[in-house]
Design a protein around this ligand. Structure first.
Ligand SMILES: CC(C)(COP(=O)(O)OP(=O)(O)OC[C@H]1O[C@@H](n2cnc3c(N)ncnc32)[C@H](O)[C@@H]1OP(=O)(O)O)[C@@H](O)C(=O)NCCC(=O)NCCS
Length: 440
């Protein structure tokens, strides 16, 4: 008699779980095959040696016993307007090529977010491969970078460049680390760097560098690291600044003056700066090799549309580039973490009604009280002055990447002008900026 066949549970069913010890080699193979970049050994080290990666926080997708994709989240800490704040760095989502476009990465990211929330995490950041992919989970662009690509001689010169000397790792490593820690004190988004980070993410990339030695104290008051990408012919080389920390006026002017003196060698110097710092650096157009942009003045004051040849040439000082995206994972925990409301002495009670595409069962209406002891957030809709907004917009306001008042005026959030003004006042502070060597 033929036996009835028991249906196989593993019949193409997808299982999502934490990675286990012993799976590092398989993870490295999946990563290498998905990215087709780096080398398998480097990926293995990523899973075995990374100081901020715990296998528990690597979520894998498995089907029929095969590991077909994963997402990792790193335990990181960043500067936040004078405080140190923990966050989860969502990094390296990968799905094998033959399993793409069937929603596996989507489910991995959602699972990772749910687990973060269960663990009590407040915030997560990531570097998007594509903005639209992550916006569906409530991530918004929170790091806005000014990119200046200029010929060196357009940079302001300064006699202080005489205090700049070459960086030498054996001599300068501890001093650079100290200078970084001093510089990050008044920033938002600069990582608290472990020895692992300094070694693997900074020094192993063998950047060249320059340090500014303060003429009074003889201490390193600022530094920059740069690369010269291969391929530029002599005379047309480009110098790309990967990291610049110059918290004193002297260090800033000295290091910029140093770059400005390199015009006989380099055609272009590229700097990536926190939002707002690009334009003041230049008084002539800064984008060296962008196509010339003409404004077609469609709305002429007289209501005329001038012919194209009268269009004004736009003087491009820099580009705004999208850097990291962010997402509040837990509204109450995130608002309590932000150091600025207390620092600014903001007081008042407002309400926020938050749409969240992932945590759809969680409360969405909150009453928020800004008081001397900090920010208290509880589910409720008692407060009269309320704002209705997506978690993406709330996160952008939280990191100072967008103004609640502007968003209200533009119709991207809805509600009370008083509540919007209070949020802007509460979260005012340095803009989120991670830069190249804090990317994960
Ligand atoms: C990026 C990457 C992780 C995406 O993985 P994926 O599993 O294909 O992603 P998903 O299937 O969840 O979503 C991709 C798209 O397919 C769509 N999709 C999902 N299920 C689908 C289905 N059944 N049929 C057709 N399309 C589908 C999604 O809606 C999404 O559409 P979008 O283009 O509108 O965003 C994968 O391409 C990869 O590993 N790339 C190389 C590594 C990399 O670049 N990683 C990211 C940087 S860290």
């Amino acid at each position: 008699m033929a036996r009835a066949r028991t249906p196989s549970r593993s019949n193409h069913e997808l299982v999502f779980r934490s990675a286990r010890k012993g799976e590092e080699g398989t993870l490295a193979t999946v990563a290498y095959r998905a990215f087709q970049a780096g080398d398998p050994e480097a990926w293995l080290r990523y899973f075995t040696e990374h100081a901020h990666l715990a296998l528990d926080n690597v979520i894998v997708a498995e089907t029929d016993g095969q590991l077909v994709g994963y997402v990792a989240s790193l335990d990181l800490t960043m500067s936040f307007a004078g405080a140190d704040v923990p966050f989860q760095g969502l990094s390296s989502v990968a799905v094998l090529p033959e399993f793409r476009r069937r929603g596996i990465a989507d489910r991995l990211v959602r699972e990772s977010l749910r687990r973060m929330r269960r663990r009590g995490e407040a915030l997560t950041l990531l570097h998007p491969f594509r903005l639209s992919f992550y916006r569906r989970f409530g991530f918004g662009v929170c790091e806005l970078r000014d990119v200046v690509r200029t010929s060196p001689d357009r940079l302001p010169d300064s006699v202080l460049r005489r205090h700049v000397r070459a960086f030498s790792r054996p001599r300068d490593e501890p001093l650079i680390k100290q200078a970084y820690d001093v510089a990050r004190a008044d920033t938002t988004g600069q990582l608290k760097r472990s020895d692992y980070w300094w070694d693997v993410r900074v020094f192993k990339r063998s950047p060249s560098g320059a340090v500014y030695v303060d003429p009074g104290s003889k201490a390193i008051a600022g530094y920059l690291f740069f690369d010269v990408p291969e391929g530029g012919a002599y005379g047309a080389q480009q110098l790309v600044v990967r990291e610049l920390h110059a918290p004193t006026p002297g260090a800033y002017r000295g290091l910029i003056g140093f770059l400005g003196a390199l015009g006989d060698q380099y055609e272009v110097v590229e700097l990536t700066l926190p939002r707002g710092q690009g334009a003041p650096l230049l008084d002539e157009p800064g984008i060296r090799d962008e196509p010339i942009v003409y404004e077609t003045a469609a709305r002429h004051p007289a209501g005329l549309c001038p012919p194209a040849h009268t269009a004004q040439r736009r003087s491009v000082l820099g580009l705004t580039a999208a850097g990291a995206m962010g997402r509040i994972v837990d509204v109450a925990a995130a608002l309590a973490l932000h150091p600025s409301p207390r620092k600014h002495g903001v007081r008042g009670a407002i309400g926020v009604d938050v749409e969240d595409p992932v945590f759809t069962d969680a409360p969405r209406a909150f009453d928020v009280t800004f008081a001397a002891r900090g920010v208290q957030t509880a589910p409720g809709s008692t407060a009269g002055d309320r704002l209705s907004l997506s978690i993406e917009r709330l996160t952008q306001i939280y990191f100072g990447a967008a103004s609640a008042r502007d968003l209200l005026g533009q119709g991207f959030v809805v509600g009370s002008a008083k509540a919007a003004a209070l949020l802007d006042a509460a979260f005012a502070g340095p803009p989120l900026f991670l830069g190249t060597f804090n990317a994960f």
